[in-house]
Design a protein around this ligand. Structure first.
Ligand code: THU
Length: 135
C-alpha cells in the first residue's frame, strides 16, 4: 500500500481562510470557512451560507462535507476550520460535530484557527464529540 503524504496544514488553513472570505453572512457578519481533505488528496472547501429564515443557515463545515459527499468522497483525513479571533477561534458547532462523525473516524484531526494570525490548534474529532450518536 502506498503511504499517504503528510497533511499539509498550511495549505488546508489557507483554503479554509479563503473559503471564509466567500461566506454569505449578512445577518451574523460572522464568517467561517472549512477545508476538508479527502483520502484521495482532494480538498473540499466550504463557507457558512445564511438565510433570512435564520434556522436554514448552513455552517461552513457541513457545506464542505456535503460538497465532498455529493462529489463521491466518503473517506477523509483532516479538516481545518477558520473563523473568529485569535482569542476566540470558531469551534465547530454540535450539529457539525455530529455530521462529521457520520463520515469521519474518531481520530480525524480537526484544526481550528482564527481568520487572521494565530496558529491552528489540532484536536481529534473524538475530543469534540465523545460518545457520538450512531445507528
Ligand atoms: N457557523 C459555522 O459556519 N460553523 C460553526 O461550526 C459555527 C457557526 C456559522 C453559522 C452562522 O452563519 C454563523 O457562524 C454564526 O452562528
Amino acid at each position: 500500500m502506498k503511504k499517504k503524504p503528510a497533511i499539509d496544514w498550511a495549505a488546508l488553513a489557507a483554503a479554509a481562510r479563503a473559503a471564509a472570505a466567500r461566506a454569505y453572512a449578512p445577518y451574523s457578519k460572522y464568517r467561517v470557512g472549512a477545508a476538508l481533505l479527502a483520502d484521495d488528496g482532494t480538498v473540499f472547501a466550504g463557507c457558512n451560507v445564511e438565510n433570512a429564515s435564520y434556522g436554514l443557515t448552513n455552517c461552513a463545515e457541513r457545506t464542505a462535507l456535503f460538497k465532498a459527499v455529493s462529489e463521491g468522497r466518503r473517506s477523509f483525513r483532516a479538516i481545518a476550520i477558520a473563523g473568529g479571533t485569535a482569542k476566540a477561534p470558531a469551534l465547530p458547532c454540535g450539529a457539525c460535530r455530529q455530521v462529521l462523525a457520520e463520515f469521519c473516524p474518531p481520530d480525524l484531526p480537526v484544526a481550528v484557527l482564527p481568520l487572521r494570525g494565530g496558529a491552528p490548534v489540532v484536536r481529534a474529532l473524538r475530543d469534540y464529540l465523545p460518545h457520538s450518536f450512531s445507528l
